[in-house]
Design a protein around this ligand. Structure first.
Ligand SMILES: Nc1ncnc2c1ncn2[C@@H]1O[C@H](COP(=O)(O)OP(=O)(O)OP(=O)(O)O)[C@@H](O)[C@H]1O
Ligand SMILES: [Mg+2]
Length: 280
């Protein structure tokens, strides 16, 4: 698999007086993967995300994004053409008063021809299922819809990778589902690499890979099944496992052992049905 982003022995401090919030971080991200980054408050996830596209520069060590050193100022624009960022609050990311103008903002800044911009905006709005809202005012949309507009803005830039820092934090369950489904579609249909920082375990189970950060370091890294099999380790860091797995552990403590380690409701139901059918 192709490496798209490499953290090589990266440390980062916000100021000279303060302790490093990232310490000797080695972490790679790969093309076409959906990676979730988990970790307790203050573990360094947002700092790490901002180092990816040169919003921050390492205090020591190197971040290479799409083959380019983020510390070199002339790489900033090429890096941002490869990597789009979406943040937690959709209101802070909206710049225009009409949805389609908002989505066009990025491509316009790239200096693309009118026709190309039109095409990209339409495609991006269709990709996030918001095409019918193209003439609406963004400020009158729901949080989930706004966040999908922010994602469309990044899609219209045709970046190869999207980094999202808790994009669903302010959304209700439906809004969260809409955003996650959009991201999965981008990965599956367009081959876009997705790096999603989240606190929601049910989002993490959908990823190809889960990275857990603790105190500025990576402490677990693997498939969702591998990472979530470390229940007590996760708990010691103030994290939980996905609900279906937690329920399976509780049942196990009460003498009901279902097969495997269910990460989704469907897997739990299968395991439980199997238990009931094979009992006694
Ligand atoms: N602008 C800043 N100036 C100084 N210190 C900061 C700044 N932003 C974050 N920090 C500190 O850096 C550490 C890591 O913060 P960061 O925001 O990267 O964590 P996080 O994992 O994203 O947390 P959360 O889950 O709360 O979003 C924390 O100790 C935090 O207090
Ligand atoms: Mg954060």
């Amino acid at each position: 698999m192709n490496k798209i982003i490499e953290f090589k022995n990266v440390s980062f401090s916000y100021s000279e007086e303060e302790e490093a919030v990232l310490q000797n971080l080695d972490l790679d991200f790969y093309e076409g993967q959906f990676t979730c980054v988990l970790g307790h408050n203050g573990s360094g996830k947002s700092t790490m995300a901002k180092l990816i596209n040169a919003l921050y520069i390492p205090t020591s060590g190197t971040v290479i994004s799409y083959g380019l050193d983020t510390a070199d100022e002339k790489n900033e624009i090429p890096i941002r053409r490869n990597i789009g960022m979406v943040f937690q609050n959709p209101d802070n990311q909206i710049v225009a008063t009409i949805v389609e103008d908002d989505v066009a903002f990025g491509p316009e800044n790239l200096g693309l021809p009118r026709d190309e911009i039109r095409k990209r905006v339409d495609e991006a709005l269709k990709a996030v299922n918001m095409y019918e809202y193209r003439y609406h005012e963004p400020h009158r949309l729901s949080g989930g819809q706004k966040q999908r507009i922010a994602i469309a803005g990044v899609i219209a830039m045709k970046t190869n990778c999207i980094v999202l820092d808790e994009p669903t934090a302010m959304l209700d369950p439906k809004g969260r589902r809409e955003v996650i489904e959009t991201l999965l579609k981008l990965k599956n249909e367009y081959g876009i690499s997705v790096i999603l920082v989240t606190h929601f375990m049910d989002e993490a189970v959908k990823a190809d890979r889960v990275v857990v950060m603790n105190d500025g370091k990576v402490c677990l890294d693997g498939t969702p099944a591998q990472v979530f099999s470390n229940a007590s380790h996760l708990e010691s860091m103030g994290l939980t496992v996905p609900k279906p797995l937690e329920l399976a552990y509780q049942l196990q403590k009460n003498g009901v052992r279902i097969n495997g380690e269910p990460l989704t409701a469907a897997e739990f139901v299968d395991g439980f049905k199997n238990y009931v059918e094979n009992r006694g």
